[in-house]
Ligand binder design. Structure first.
Ligand SMILES: Cc1ncc(C[n+]2csc(CCOP(=O)(O)OP(=O)(O)O)c2C)c(N)n1
Length: 369
């Protein structure tokens, strides 16, 4: 049986790939998507990259508290693009591209990074763990894998209500070892709920490589045990991700139940701003994956097809940087939430014990805000 390793991903017999790393394509597999839409995907992917690079610098400068890197995993934008706006997305914590594609304003994410008074979460969540009801982009849960059962439950509700919506849940390779993965996958297929379960196999759960996570040859093989269709896809290929999710969403909408997708990708950055990946992986391995960069190959494709010129792509990139720098400047100038907001917005009326804690805190802080 074929075992996937960082060196041979392209040789896998079941691996779905449309744009190969040099930017050329398997023509008959290219999805029918307008040029305008392709440029939207490109913009979104570049925005995610630029945001990540900026956020890491801001964190190192002590201007924001934390960052969850997304560099290398931007092709998941194709997954969001394959759904309808009325479908629900249950993300893990590296799906900034799906949120932006759905229309969550970049300004909101930047405010959230600063935990300022305009952050809808008002600084009460780890930066990167944001959600938005308007975009049907559910708040990620920090405990690994829990969103799988939430998404499957919501899909069960959609089936019961016959409202035609599909749910899509993202999770990492590490999450496939969680109890919630098992119960979610099992329940999803037993009740044939309209759910797309997409595992972003970025090769590591913090420092634990995927080969120490499971004895299965490939994560996609896990679908077989639940009687569910599985697709293994090049997770650095936006076309392949889009096609796989389109196929899965179509199946779900027809009433034919869930699909498990293993999206094979790589986290080029650290696990989080608190991690040092040089302690557990080699420079050579990272370079192997840098050569499969999802943005570079998509840009090469767009330019080769005259969908964008080299100059236009550079202009888009530069505009994104300028816009982000401006948003950062503005977000940094917004006041921090007042102290009492740690206790408000939790209950409609603040209960006595929170009032007491607020008073104690005020006393300790010397009445400061
Ligand atoms: C239930 C649970 N156990 C452990 C952790 C600590 N933890 C945070 S992230 C992480 C790794 C998750 O890896 P994976 O699912 O592959 O996602 P990735 O971070 O690679 O995107 C772990 C173990 C947690 N948040 N929740």
């Amino acid at each position: 049986m074929f075992t996937l390793s960082s060196k041979n991903v392209e040789e896998s017999p079941q691996f779905k790939q449309i744009i190969v790393p040099d930017g050329s394509v398997k023509k008959d597999l290219v999805p029918k998507v307008s040029n305008k839409e392709l440029v939207r995907w490109y913009r979104t992917m570049v925005t995610v990259r630029v945001l990540d690079e900026k956020a890491m610098r801001l964190q190192r400068q002590g201007r924001i508290g934390f960052n969850v890197p997304t560099t290398g995993q931007e092709a998941h934008v194709g997954a969001a693009a394959a759904l309808k706006d009325t479908d629900w997305i249950f993300p893990a914590y590296r799906e900034h591209g799906a949120a932006l594609y759905r229309g969550l304003p970049l300004r909101t994410i930047v405010n959230h990074y600063f935990g300022n008074n305009d952050d809808p979460h008002r600084g009460r969540r780890l930066p990167g763990l944001f959600g938005s009801r308007d975009q049907r982009f559910v708040n990620p849960s920090a405990p690994i894998g829990t969103q799988i059962i939430h998404a499957v439950g919501a899909a069960y509700a959609a089936k019961y209500l016959k409202d035609g919506t599909v749910t899509m849940v993202f999770f990492g390779d590490g999450a496939t070892s969680s109890n919630d993965f098992h119960s979610g996958m099992n329940f999803a297929k037993v009740f044939d709920v309209p759910c797309v379960l997409i595992c972003q196999n970025n090769q590591y759960a913090i420092s634990l490589p995927v080969k120490r996570q499971t004895k299965a040859k490939n994560l996609v093989d896990k679908a077989i045990g639940y009687g569910m269709p599985g697709i293994q896809v090049d997770g650095n290929d936006v076309f392949a991700v889009y096609s796989a999710v389109s196929e899965a969403a179509k199946r779900a909408r027809k009433g034919n139940g869930p699909t498990f997708i293993e999206s094979v990708t790589y986290r080029l950055g650290a696990h989080s701003s608190s991690d040092d990946p040089t302690r557990y992986r080699s420079k050579e391995e990272v370079e192997t994956w840098e050569a499969r960069d999802p943005i570079k190959r998509f840009r090469t494709y767009l330019i080769s097809q005259a969908i964008l010129t080299e100059e236009e792509s550079k202009q888009i990139d530069a505009d994104i940087v300028d816009n982000l720098n401006q948003l950062v400047k503005e977000a940094e100038a917004v006041e921090k939430p007042p102290l009492e907001t740690m206790f408000t917005d939790v209950y409609e009326e603040m209960p006595w014990h929170l009032k007491e804690q607020l008073e104690n805190l005020r006393r300790i802080m010397g009445g400061g805000k």
